[in-house]
Design a protein around this ligand. Structure first.
Ligand SMILES: Nc1ncnc2c1ncn2[C@@H]1O[C@H](COP(=O)(O)OP(=O)(O)OP(=O)(O)O)[C@@H](O)[C@H]1O
Length: 240
């Protein structure tokens, strides 16, 4: 790792634990699925990962590395509140995820999962503009500041030239960039991206990962990315 995360948080409390607040922290987290049983209520639990004590901090790009089927997507879905934890706690910015209101979570946290998105008839600019929704209030109208943020986010991921294209016509790699732009347009403190480089060619993989690391450092974001790209993770990530 090029950057020793432990160097940044040398301060500890009397129990030896970190004194840093905020960040994305889990304690004893178990993630997985509950099978539905129509006759017997809740059904059985199938844990995919258990006993996870994870920390991701502001200003750092944290990478979740694991082979196919390891549980990265399951963990990502749980960290953003889409899947209930089977056990343990998740704290985001010092607040228990289970207690966070959906509207405050939407302003704080942006997520890009691997699910296919149907953009309908939206242009690329309009699709990225959806990221502004938590900030637009009752009318949903974008102000000049919102428009500027969307343009910036598209340019940041190298998709500025696609802005007027119908989003439904994008290639997989182009769509991946635009969805990343939508997440950045949200101006969140926390960004979770599940395999954001999966469809990208090698130069674009490096460029996007370096961009995410720089955004984390320059804007103090907490960015968590899953990947099975070992080399890139080790070269660029602040914590793996
Ligand atoms: N909806 C579901 N219900 C039950 N089990 C599931 C469900 N989705 C995934 N799983 C199982 O959970 C395990 C972890 O899957 P997950 O998709 O989280 O892994 P991953 O690390 O993201 O893999 P990949 O790198 O292939 O995307 C797998 O064994 C998978 O079959």
């Amino acid at each position: 790792m090029p950057h020793d995360r432990h160097h940044d948080r040398a301060a500890t409390d009397t129990t030896g634990g970190p004194v840093r607040s905020g960040g994305l922290v889990t304690q004893g987290l178990a993630v997985g699925y509950r099978t539905r049983s129509p006759r017997r209520g809740r059904g059985a639990e199938r844990a995919v990962l258990a006993g996870l004590d994870l920390e991701a901090w502001s200003g750092e790009l944290t990478v979740l590395l694991g082979p196919n089927g390891a549980g990265k997507s399951t963990l990502m879905r749980t960290l953003c509140g889409l899947l209930p934890p089977l056990d343990g706690r998740i704290r985001i910015g010092g607040t228990d995820l289970a207690q966070a209101s959906p509207s405050s979570l939407a302003r704080q946290l942006a997520v890009v999962l691997t699910d296919r998105v149907d953009p309908g008839l939206l242009s690329v600019r309009e699709l990225a503009g959806l990221g502004r929704h938590p900030h637009t209030g009752f009318t949903g109208r974008l102000t000049a500041v919102d428009h500027a943020t969307v343009e910036w986010s598209l340019r940041a991921v190298g998709a500025g030239h696609l802005a007027d294209r119908p989003a439904a016509e994008l290639s997989d790699g182009e769509r991946q960039r635009v969805l990343t732009a939508r997440a950045l347009a949200q101006e969140p403190e926390f960004v979770l991206l599940d395999e954001p480089t999966a469809f990208l060619d090698v130069p674009s993989r490096v460029a996007l990962t370096v961009l995410l690391r720089d955004l984390a450092r320059d804007r103090g974001l907490t960015i968590v990315v899953s990947t099975h790209d070992l080399e890139l993770a080790l070269r660029v990530a602040d914590a793996v």
